[in-house]
Write a protein that binds this ligand. Structure first.
Ligand code: IPD
Ligand code: CA
Ligand code: CA
Length: 259
């Protein structure tokens, strides 16, 4: 079994367990505050994925949200794990959350898998091999006119109200597009752009485990990604993120609104 097949087996098993999970009130904790939660299922799912990956590939490095290593090395094979992306949704809705597994080799993308757990949609992308949802090819939407674009952002309050140099431009962009929506999961929102259900994505704050799987899927589906200054960002970067259905739309969002 190669690394991709292993990751696919593990993510489907993790999803099946999460769908059957029950969350006791004592199994939810605050991390940095009341808007930043972690549950027993975040920790158990990450441990399950870690053990499955490391028992088959003991020399690989794992960077997971709940047990991040002190040193971020991009040397060799590195896995980026978000056991539950959208923990608040998991707690409040038991819907709209994902398991995310990205794999990189010396900082270069190999493949990404994002499982929309409750809808049982598995998004996959292998570098140079295209992007798929449940094995069906997916592609970005062809929209180019700003008034026809749908923009996703995972944290509306922070994106449009935070004291950030791009704030004014982001508000003008939000007013110019057709609509702004929020799922509350970076991985699912990037996959929505990859699958043509949205055209733009923006966040002021994203970690490698949030976006590293989905950005491979997005690139394979024809989309583009950069930070809010228009620069590429590396696999181990905590970064602002702007993503779009094409290089043309990305450039227009940056040059006409954000920069
Ligand atoms: C969070 C979600 C959320 C986004 C945060 C992420 P988590 O991940 O993707 O939508 O706004 O920036 O940290 O904590 O649910 O894994
Ligand atoms: Ca998480
Ligand atoms: Ca996350």
């Amino acid at each position: 079994m190669d690394r991709f097949e292993l990751a696919q087996k593990l993510i489907l098993q993790a999803g099946a367990a999460l769908r059957q999970s029950h969350l006791e009130s004592g199994a939810v904790w605050q991390k940095t505050g009341h808007q930043d939660l972690v549950t027993r299922w975040d920790k158990e799912t990450e441990q399950f994925l870690r053990q499955g990956l490391l028992s088959a590939c003991p020399g690989d490095t794992i960077v997971g949200e709940e047990y991040p290593p002190a040193l971020h090395s991009t040397r060799g094979a590195v896995w980026y794990l978000d056991p539950i992306d959208g923990t608040t949704n998991f707690v409040n809705q038991h819907s709209n959350y994902a398991v995310s597994i990205g794999c990189y080799q010396n900082g270069a993308p190999l493949f990404g898998l994002v499982l929309d757990v409750e809808r049982q949609l598995l998004y996959t992308g292998r570098s140079g091999g295209g992007a798929f949802c449940n094995n069906e090819p997916i592609h970005v939407a062809p929209h180019t006119r700003i008034p026809e674009l749908l923009l996703y952002t995972p944290d509306v309050l922070r994106t449009f109200l935070a004291q950030h140099p791009a704030r004014g431009g982001l508000v003008r962009l939000a007013e110019a597009v057709r609509c702004v929506r929020s799922l509350g999961s970076v991985a699912l929102e990037l996959c929505a752009v990859a699958a043509g259900q949205a055209d733009l994505f923006v966040t002021l704050c994203s970690s490698p485990w949030d976006h590293n799987a989905a950005r491979i899927i997005l690139a394979e589906a024809g989309g583009c990604i950069c930070d809010l200054s228009g620069k590429p960002f590396s696999a181990d970067a905590h970064s602002t993120v702007l993503a779009a259905n094409s290089a043309q739309v990305l450039a227009r969002a940056l040059n006409e609104y954000i920069l």
